[in-house]
Design a protein around this ligand. Structure first.
Ligand SMILES: Cc1cc2nc3c(=O)[nH]c(=O)nc-3n(C[C@H](O)[C@H](O)[C@H](O)COP(=O)(O)OP(=O)(O)OC[C@H]3O[C@@H](n4cnc5c(N)ncnc54)[C@H](O)[C@@H]3O)c2cc1C
Length: 299
């Protein structure tokens, strides 16, 4: 058996040659050589030290709901927290939640306790860690508004850092500048509110999402960030790309800022469509569209 796999299995669950198409919501990508689910902070620390010593690269993965992975295999270790790091501890209006917890599950748990502040997140299919990294948001709210402290593993140390130093801005955070930092848990501050009102708001938004987003097909949510003062979907509609298809990658007819996988789209087809849109929008509007989803394992 593979030596590294055997070592990883001492510290948690580990698997070999797992396709990214099975680990991302877009259902695209080559294989990851190893996938590792650490059992504990101590196990994670031991593995990171071992990988650094051996010069093996690693990549944190939440639910893979914001990633476009290339068709190539990744010769490193994908580390996931969503099996063993998903506890939530409520204390009054504060919740301490581990980074592998589902954001949607957290929003529901908060609602059930009559705690408001997570309603915006009830349709975002990521983990808490991925949501902090991306500063995920919707309906004019975002993670940066409610996160108070973040428990981070960096430079071989575990520490709580205040949200004020995390540079939360539109879909960005300090973590994007430090891909080696690992978010392990978060303290979130919520406020008391009538449980039924929270549930109603979440239900209204769920209906709105189903009406406006192509949730029946694999996607990574919005592909492009909205440029200052404009909506990306309007620009894409404006260049006539609604429904434009390359292979199995298709600009959604329902929401132009979603590019969906209609079956067996390759990363190459997907990125060709993304680049065409960027070129056409630049030509017609003189606006540079930047991707919101992250591209991983492209050389
Ligand atoms: C249908 C659909 C709707 C969506 N709607 C929205 C929306 O309304 N608003 C929005 O903002 N986004 C939306 N998204 C995008 C996506 O769900 C969010 O960005 C989400 O926060 C990503 O979380 P994830 O756990 O899937 O992260 P992943 O996609 O797995 O990873 C994203 C990045 O975070 C890093 N990361 C993950 N976990 C950790 C960790 N513990 N420590 C350090 N780094 C980590 C990864 O390395 C990667 O760089 C949508 C996606 C889909 C498919």
């Amino acid at each position: 058996m593979d030596e590294l796999l055997t070592e990883l299995q001492q510290y948690g669950t580990a698997e070999c040659n797992v396709p990214f198409s099975a680990m991302t919501t877009l259902r695209i990508g080559g294989n990851a050589r190893y996938v590792f689910y650490p059992d504990s902070d101590v196990a994670l620390d031991a593995v990171i030290r071992m990988l650094n010593e051996r010069n093996v690269s690693y990549k944190m993965l939440g639910k893979g709901s914001d990633l476009l992975c290339s068709d190539d295999d990744y010769d490193g270790v994908v580390i996931r927290l969503d099996r063993h790091f998903n506890d939530m501890y409520f204390d009054g209006c504060e919740v301490t939640v581990q980074a592998g917890a589902s954001l949607i599950a957290l929003a529901v748990a908060a609602m059930q306790r009559g705690l408001s502040g997570m309603e915006f997140a009830s349709g975002i299919p990521g983990t808490v860690g991925g949501a902090v990294y991306m500063n995920a948001g919707a309906y004019k709210s975002c993670m940066g508004d409610i996160v108070r402290e973040i428990f981070v593993y960096r430079d071989s140390r575990l520490e709580w850092i205040p949200a004020e130093i995390c540079g939360f801005a539109y879909r960005s955070s300090i973590f994007q500048e430090h891909p080696d930092w690992i978010i392990l848990a978060v303290k979130i501050m919520l406020s008391e509110k009538n449980k039924d009102e929270i549930a109603q708001l979440m239900e209204d938004r769920r209906k709105r999402r189903f009406a406006s987003q192509p949730l029946e097909f694999p996607s990574c949510g919005s592909v492009f960030r909205n440029p200052e003062g404009r909506n990306a979907w309007e620009l894409i509609d404006g260049i006539g790309y609604r429904g434009r298809r390359i292979g199995d990658a298709e600009v959604s007819t329902k929401h132009c800022n979603f590019i969906v996988n209609r079956g067996h789209a390759t990363a190459e087809e997907y990125i060709t469509l993304v680049r065409e849109i960027q070129d056409e929008v630049r030509k017609k509007y003189g606006i540079e569209l930047h991707t919101e989803m992250e591209m991983f394992n492209w050389h």
